[in-house]
Design a binder for this molecule. Sequence first.
Ligand code: NAP
Length: 326
Amino acid sequence: MTRRILVFREISADQLDSLRADFEVDYLPHVTDADDPAFMDALSRAHGLVGASLKITPALLDQAPQLEAIASISVGYDNYPVDELTRRGILLCNTPDVLTETTADTGFLLIMSTARRAIELAELIKQGKWTESIGKSHFGTDVHGKTLGMVGMGRIGAAIARRGALGFGMKILYAKASPKPALDAELGAQHRELDQLLEEADIVCVTVPLTEETEKLIGAAEFARMKAGAIFVNVARGKVVDEAAMIAALKDGTLHAAGLDVFEKEPLPADSPLPHMANVVALPHIGSATHETRTAMAQRAIDNIRLALSGQRPLSPVNADDLNDG
Ligand code: NAP
Protein backbone atom coordinates (compact mmCIF):
# COMPACT_ATOMS: atom_id res chain seq x y z
CA MET A 1 0.00 0.00 0.00
CA THR A 2 1.37 3.43 -0.92
CA ARG A 3 1.54 5.64 2.14
CA ARG A 4 0.07 9.14 2.11
CA ILE A 5 1.88 12.25 3.30
CA LEU A 6 0.32 15.66 3.84
CA VAL A 7 2.86 18.45 3.33
CA PHE A 8 1.60 21.77 4.71
CA ARG A 9 4.63 24.01 4.24
CA GLU A 10 6.39 25.10 1.06
CA ILE A 11 9.26 22.80 0.07
CA SER A 12 11.42 22.85 -3.09
CA ALA A 13 10.22 21.29 -6.34
CA ASP A 14 13.03 18.71 -6.12
CA GLN A 15 12.07 17.78 -2.59
CA LEU A 16 8.42 17.46 -3.57
CA ASP A 17 9.32 15.28 -6.56
CA SER A 18 11.44 13.01 -4.36
CA LEU A 19 8.54 12.53 -1.97
CA ARG A 20 6.11 11.92 -4.84
CA ALA A 21 8.37 9.15 -6.14
CA ASP A 22 7.66 7.10 -3.03
CA PHE A 23 4.44 8.41 -1.49
CA GLU A 24 1.03 9.76 -2.36
CA VAL A 25 1.47 13.42 -1.48
CA ASP A 26 -1.14 16.04 -0.65
CA TYR A 27 0.67 19.36 -1.01
CA LEU A 28 -1.01 22.32 0.70
CA PRO A 29 1.86 24.77 1.24
CA HIS A 30 -0.25 27.83 2.04
CA VAL A 31 -2.67 26.48 4.64
CA THR A 32 -2.95 28.95 7.52
CA ASP A 33 -5.92 27.41 9.29
CA ALA A 34 -6.30 23.77 10.26
CA ASP A 35 -10.07 24.11 9.67
CA ASP A 36 -9.39 24.46 5.93
CA PRO A 37 -11.54 21.73 4.27
CA ALA A 38 -8.72 20.60 1.94
CA PHE A 39 -6.40 20.23 4.95
CA MET A 40 -9.01 18.28 6.93
CA ASP A 41 -9.68 16.01 3.97
CA ALA A 42 -5.98 15.24 3.42
CA LEU A 43 -5.48 14.81 7.17
CA SER A 44 -8.14 12.11 7.30
CA ARG A 45 -6.07 9.97 4.90
CA ALA A 46 -2.50 10.87 5.99
CA HIS A 47 0.03 8.42 7.41
CA GLY A 48 2.56 11.21 7.76
CA LEU A 49 2.57 14.98 8.18
CA VAL A 50 5.37 17.34 7.13
CA GLY A 51 5.01 21.03 7.94
CA ALA A 52 5.19 23.85 10.47
CA SER A 53 3.36 26.75 12.11
CA LEU A 54 -0.04 25.07 12.54
CA LYS A 55 -1.37 24.23 15.99
CA ILE A 56 -2.02 20.48 16.04
CA THR A 57 -4.67 19.76 18.70
CA PRO A 58 -6.03 16.47 20.07
CA ALA A 59 -9.32 17.29 18.27
CA LEU A 60 -7.40 17.44 14.98
CA LEU A 61 -5.70 14.15 15.75
CA ASP A 62 -9.17 12.61 16.13
CA GLN A 63 -9.60 13.41 12.40
CA ALA A 64 -6.36 11.57 11.51
CA PRO A 65 -6.99 7.89 12.25
CA GLN A 66 -4.12 6.64 10.05
CA LEU A 67 -1.47 9.03 11.35
CA GLU A 68 1.83 7.37 12.32
CA ALA A 69 4.39 10.18 12.25
CA ILE A 70 4.79 13.97 12.11
CA ALA A 71 7.97 15.64 10.86
CA SER A 72 7.85 19.27 11.93
CA ILE A 73 9.94 21.72 9.88
CA SER A 74 11.03 23.47 13.07
CA VAL A 75 13.13 22.80 16.13
CA GLY A 76 10.49 24.14 18.54
CA TYR A 77 7.57 21.76 19.04
CA ASP A 78 5.23 23.84 21.19
CA ASN A 79 2.58 23.51 18.42
CA TYR A 80 2.23 19.78 19.14
CA PRO A 81 0.60 17.96 22.10
CA VAL A 82 3.59 15.69 22.69
CA ASP A 83 2.09 13.56 25.49
CA GLU A 84 -1.08 13.06 23.47
CA LEU A 85 0.93 12.03 20.39
CA THR A 86 2.89 9.53 22.47
CA ARG A 87 -0.33 8.15 23.98
CA ARG A 88 -1.66 7.59 20.45
CA GLY A 89 1.60 6.00 19.27
CA ILE A 90 2.40 8.85 16.87
CA LEU A 91 6.08 9.69 16.41
CA LEU A 92 7.07 13.39 16.39
CA CYS A 93 10.32 14.64 14.84
CA ASN A 94 11.90 18.12 14.68
CA THR A 95 14.85 19.84 12.95
CA PRO A 96 17.53 20.75 15.52
CA ASP A 97 21.10 21.76 14.55
CA VAL A 98 20.47 22.64 10.88
CA LEU A 99 18.96 26.02 11.88
CA THR A 100 21.17 26.86 14.85
CA GLU A 101 23.68 29.19 13.17
CA THR A 102 21.08 31.02 11.05
CA THR A 103 18.86 31.65 14.07
CA ALA A 104 21.90 32.85 16.02
CA ASP A 105 22.64 35.27 13.15
CA THR A 106 19.08 36.60 13.56
CA GLY A 107 19.62 36.98 17.29
CA PHE A 108 22.73 39.02 16.67
CA LEU A 109 21.01 41.04 13.97
CA LEU A 110 18.44 42.05 16.61
CA ILE A 111 21.14 42.84 19.17
CA MET A 112 23.02 45.06 16.70
CA SER A 113 20.01 46.76 15.17
CA THR A 114 18.42 47.66 18.53
CA ALA A 115 21.68 48.86 20.12
CA ARG A 116 22.70 50.95 17.08
CA ARG A 117 19.11 51.94 16.18
CA ALA A 118 19.81 50.80 12.61
CA ILE A 119 16.22 50.43 11.37
CA GLU A 120 15.03 53.68 12.96
CA LEU A 121 17.96 55.65 11.51
CA ALA A 122 17.77 54.02 8.07
CA GLU A 123 14.18 55.25 8.04
CA LEU A 124 15.44 58.85 8.41
CA ILE A 125 17.17 58.51 5.06
CA LYS A 126 14.19 56.87 3.38
CA GLN A 127 11.99 59.73 4.56
CA GLY A 128 14.46 62.37 3.30
CA LYS A 129 15.05 63.58 6.89
CA TRP A 130 18.86 63.28 6.92
CA THR A 131 19.51 66.95 6.58
CA GLU A 132 22.40 67.48 9.02
CA SER A 133 25.08 65.47 10.85
CA ILE A 134 23.64 62.98 13.29
CA GLY A 135 23.84 64.26 16.86
CA LYS A 136 23.43 62.93 20.37
CA SER A 137 19.69 62.35 20.13
CA HIS A 138 20.35 59.71 17.48
CA PHE A 139 23.35 58.00 19.06
CA GLY A 140 23.08 54.31 19.88
CA THR A 141 24.95 52.25 22.46
CA ASP A 142 27.97 49.99 21.97
CA VAL A 143 27.58 46.22 21.73
CA HIS A 144 31.27 45.23 21.91
CA GLY A 145 32.57 44.82 25.42
CA LYS A 146 29.09 44.75 27.01
CA THR A 147 27.54 41.99 29.14
CA LEU A 148 25.26 39.60 27.26
CA GLY A 149 22.79 37.68 29.44
CA MET A 150 21.52 34.51 27.76
CA VAL A 151 18.23 33.13 29.11
CA GLY A 152 18.63 29.55 27.87
CA MET A 153 22.03 28.28 26.73
CA GLY A 154 21.27 25.36 24.42
CA ARG A 155 22.24 25.08 20.76
CA ILE A 156 21.02 28.54 19.68
CA GLY A 157 21.87 30.25 22.97
CA ALA A 158 25.46 28.98 22.80
CA ALA A 159 25.78 30.04 19.14
CA ILE A 160 24.67 33.60 20.01
CA ALA A 161 26.97 33.65 23.04
CA ARG A 162 29.87 32.49 20.86
CA ARG A 163 29.27 35.39 18.46
CA GLY A 164 29.17 37.79 21.42
CA ALA A 165 32.25 36.50 23.22
CA LEU A 166 34.53 35.75 20.26
CA GLY A 167 33.36 38.42 17.80
CA PHE A 168 32.46 41.30 20.11
CA GLY A 169 34.49 40.72 23.26
CA MET A 170 31.33 40.47 25.37
CA LYS A 171 31.11 39.05 28.86
CA ILE A 172 28.64 36.13 28.77
CA LEU A 173 26.23 35.25 31.58
CA TYR A 174 23.56 32.55 31.29
CA ALA A 175 20.53 31.42 33.28
CA LYS A 176 17.64 28.95 32.94
CA ALA A 177 20.08 26.32 31.73
CA SER A 178 22.18 23.69 33.43
CA PRO A 179 25.82 24.67 34.04
CA LYS A 180 27.97 24.29 30.93
CA PRO A 181 31.61 23.82 31.99
CA ALA A 182 32.80 23.47 28.36
CA LEU A 183 31.25 26.83 27.38
CA ASP A 184 32.53 28.42 30.58
CA ALA A 185 36.02 27.36 29.51
CA GLU A 186 35.59 28.30 25.82
CA LEU A 187 33.84 31.65 26.24
CA GLY A 188 34.51 32.62 29.85
CA ALA A 189 30.74 32.26 30.32
CA GLN A 190 29.32 32.33 33.85
CA HIS A 191 26.17 30.66 35.16
CA ARG A 192 23.76 32.85 37.15
CA GLU A 193 20.30 32.67 38.70
CA LEU A 194 17.84 34.53 36.44
CA ASP A 195 17.34 37.49 38.82
CA GLN A 196 21.08 38.01 39.10
CA LEU A 197 21.55 37.84 35.34
CA LEU A 198 18.80 40.43 34.79
CA GLU A 199 20.55 42.82 37.18
CA GLU A 200 23.96 42.43 35.55
CA ALA A 201 23.31 42.17 31.79
CA ASP A 202 23.32 45.08 29.34
CA ILE A 203 21.56 42.91 26.77
CA VAL A 204 19.21 40.06 27.73
CA CYS A 205 18.52 37.48 25.02
CA VAL A 206 15.91 34.72 25.36
CA THR A 207 16.43 31.31 23.74
CA VAL A 208 14.46 28.88 25.94
CA PRO A 209 11.75 26.70 24.35
CA LEU A 210 8.09 27.47 25.13
CA THR A 211 6.86 25.00 27.74
CA GLU A 212 4.49 25.16 30.71
CA GLU A 213 7.47 26.18 32.87
CA THR A 214 8.73 28.92 30.55
CA GLU A 215 5.40 30.56 29.60
CA LYS A 216 5.56 34.24 30.70
CA LEU A 217 8.97 33.59 32.24
CA ILE A 218 9.83 37.25 31.59
CA GLY A 219 7.19 39.64 32.94
CA ALA A 220 6.86 43.00 34.72
CA ALA A 221 9.02 41.94 37.70
CA GLU A 222 11.79 40.72 35.40
CA PHE A 223 11.78 43.90 33.27
CA ALA A 224 11.91 45.97 36.46
CA ARG A 225 15.06 44.11 37.54
CA MET A 226 16.95 44.91 34.34
CA LYS A 227 19.57 47.65 34.28
CA ALA A 228 18.59 51.14 33.18
CA GLY A 229 19.28 51.20 29.43
CA ALA A 230 19.01 47.42 29.07
CA ILE A 231 18.08 45.91 25.72
CA PHE A 232 15.81 42.86 25.50
CA VAL A 233 15.94 40.39 22.59
CA ASN A 234 13.60 37.44 21.98
CA VAL A 235 14.28 34.85 19.28
CA ALA A 236 12.56 32.00 21.15
CA ARG A 237 8.77 32.18 21.32
CA GLY A 238 6.50 35.16 22.00
CA LYS A 239 4.65 33.48 24.85
CA VAL A 240 7.85 33.13 26.91
CA VAL A 241 7.32 36.85 27.54
CA ASP A 242 4.36 38.70 29.07
CA GLU A 243 3.91 40.92 26.01
CA ALA A 244 1.62 43.46 27.72
CA ALA A 245 4.19 43.89 30.49
CA MET A 246 6.95 44.30 27.90
CA ILE A 247 5.00 46.98 26.04
CA ALA A 248 4.37 48.83 29.31
CA ALA A 249 8.08 48.61 30.21
CA LEU A 250 9.08 49.92 26.76
CA LYS A 251 6.61 52.81 27.05
CA ASP A 252 7.60 53.94 30.54
CA GLY A 253 11.34 53.59 29.91
CA THR A 254 11.91 50.67 32.31
CA LEU A 255 13.14 48.86 29.22
CA HIS A 256 15.34 50.84 26.82
CA ALA A 257 14.68 48.85 23.63
CA ALA A 258 13.56 45.46 22.34
CA GLY A 259 14.50 43.32 19.36
CA LEU A 260 11.77 40.79 18.65
CA ASP A 261 11.45 37.98 16.11
CA VAL A 262 8.51 36.31 17.86
CA PHE A 263 5.23 37.47 19.37
CA GLU A 264 2.35 36.27 21.51
CA LYS A 265 0.14 36.18 18.39
CA GLU A 266 1.58 35.64 14.91
CA PRO A 267 1.19 37.23 12.45
CA LEU A 268 1.28 40.32 14.67
CA PRO A 269 -2.27 41.75 15.02
CA ALA A 270 -2.87 45.04 13.18
CA ASP A 271 -3.60 46.85 16.47
CA SER A 272 -0.29 45.90 18.11
CA PRO A 273 1.63 49.03 19.15
CA LEU A 274 5.00 47.26 18.75
CA PRO A 275 5.71 48.10 15.06
CA HIS A 276 5.08 51.79 15.78
CA MET A 277 7.50 52.09 18.70
CA ALA A 278 10.83 53.71 17.77
CA ASN A 279 12.70 51.61 20.35
CA VAL A 280 11.46 48.29 18.93
CA VAL A 281 12.88 46.28 16.05
CA ALA A 282 10.17 43.78 15.09
CA LEU A 283 10.82 41.02 12.56
CA PRO A 284 8.18 38.64 11.12
CA HIS A 285 9.54 35.42 12.69
CA ILE A 286 12.52 35.07 10.32
CA GLY A 287 14.90 33.29 12.71
CA SER A 288 15.69 30.45 10.31
CA ALA A 289 14.36 32.04 7.12
CA THR A 290 17.25 31.82 4.65
CA HIS A 291 17.18 29.84 1.40
CA GLU A 292 19.93 27.52 2.62
CA THR A 293 18.52 26.83 6.06
CA ARG A 294 14.86 26.44 5.11
CA THR A 295 15.93 23.95 2.40
CA ALA A 296 18.05 22.06 4.94
CA MET A 297 15.17 22.03 7.46
CA ALA A 298 12.72 20.69 4.88
CA GLN A 299 15.26 18.03 3.90
CA ARG A 300 15.72 17.00 7.53
CA ALA A 301 11.93 16.70 7.89
CA ILE A 302 11.70 14.63 4.69
CA ASP A 303 14.50 12.34 5.88
CA ASN A 304 12.74 12.04 9.24
CA ILE A 305 9.36 11.11 7.75
CA ARG A 306 10.91 8.57 5.38
CA LEU A 307 12.72 6.84 8.23
CA ALA A 308 9.70 7.01 10.54
CA LEU A 309 7.28 5.54 7.99
CA SER A 310 9.70 2.73 7.18
CA GLY A 311 9.93 1.74 10.83
CA GLN A 312 13.44 3.09 11.37
CA ARG A 313 14.62 5.60 13.95
CA PRO A 314 14.44 9.15 12.50
CA LEU A 315 17.44 11.49 12.65
CA SER A 316 15.82 13.79 15.19
CA PRO A 317 12.87 12.25 17.01
CA VAL A 318 11.21 14.10 19.90
CA ASN A 319 9.26 11.29 21.58
CA ALA A 320 10.82 8.06 20.22
CA ASP A 321 12.15 6.96 23.60
CA ASP A 322 8.80 7.57 25.32
CA LEU A 323 7.04 5.64 22.53
CA ASN A 324 9.43 2.74 22.99
CA ASP A 325 8.83 2.77 26.76
CA GLY A 326 5.06 2.54 26.21
P1 NAP B 1 17.88 23.63 22.96
O1 NAP B 1 19.23 23.28 22.41
O2 NAP B 1 17.02 22.54 23.49
O3 NAP B 1 18.12 24.72 24.12
C1 NAP B 1 17.14 25.09 25.04
C2 NAP B 1 17.77 25.81 26.22
O4 NAP B 1 16.73 26.24 27.10
C3 NAP B 1 18.70 24.91 27.05
O5 NAP B 1 19.77 25.67 27.58
C4 NAP B 1 17.78 24.42 28.16
O6 NAP B 1 18.44 24.09 29.37
C5 NAP B 1 16.96 25.67 28.41
N1 NAP B 1 15.67 25.43 29.08
C6 NAP B 1 15.19 26.18 30.11
N2 NAP B 1 13.99 25.75 30.49
C7 NAP B 1 13.70 24.68 29.72
C8 NAP B 1 12.58 23.81 29.65
N3 NAP B 1 11.51 23.95 30.45
N4 NAP B 1 12.59 22.81 28.73
C9 NAP B 1 13.64 22.66 27.88
N5 NAP B 1 14.75 23.47 27.91
C10 NAP B 1 14.76 24.48 28.82
O7 NAP B 1 17.01 24.38 21.89
P2 NAP B 1 17.52 25.32 20.67
O8 NAP B 1 17.77 24.50 19.46
O9 NAP B 1 18.58 26.23 21.18
O10 NAP B 1 16.15 26.14 20.40
C11 NAP B 1 15.59 26.93 21.41
C12 NAP B 1 14.24 27.48 21.00
O11 NAP B 1 14.41 28.53 20.08
C13 NAP B 1 13.31 26.49 20.29
O12 NAP B 1 12.60 25.66 21.18
C14 NAP B 1 12.39 27.41 19.52
O13 NAP B 1 11.23 27.71 20.27
C15 NAP B 1 13.21 28.69 19.35
N6 NAP B 1 13.55 28.93 17.94
C16 NAP B 1 13.07 30.06 17.33
C17 NAP B 1 13.39 30.30 16.01
C18 NAP B 1 12.90 31.52 15.31
O14 NAP B 1 12.61 31.46 14.12
N7 NAP B 1 12.82 32.66 15.97
C19 NAP B 1 14.19 29.39 15.29
C20 NAP B 1 14.65 28.26 15.94
C21 NAP B 1 14.32 28.04 17.27
P3 NAP B 1 19.58 22.93 29.42
O15 NAP B 1 20.79 23.55 28.79
O16 NAP B 1 19.74 22.67 30.87
O17 NAP B 1 19.03 21.79 28.62
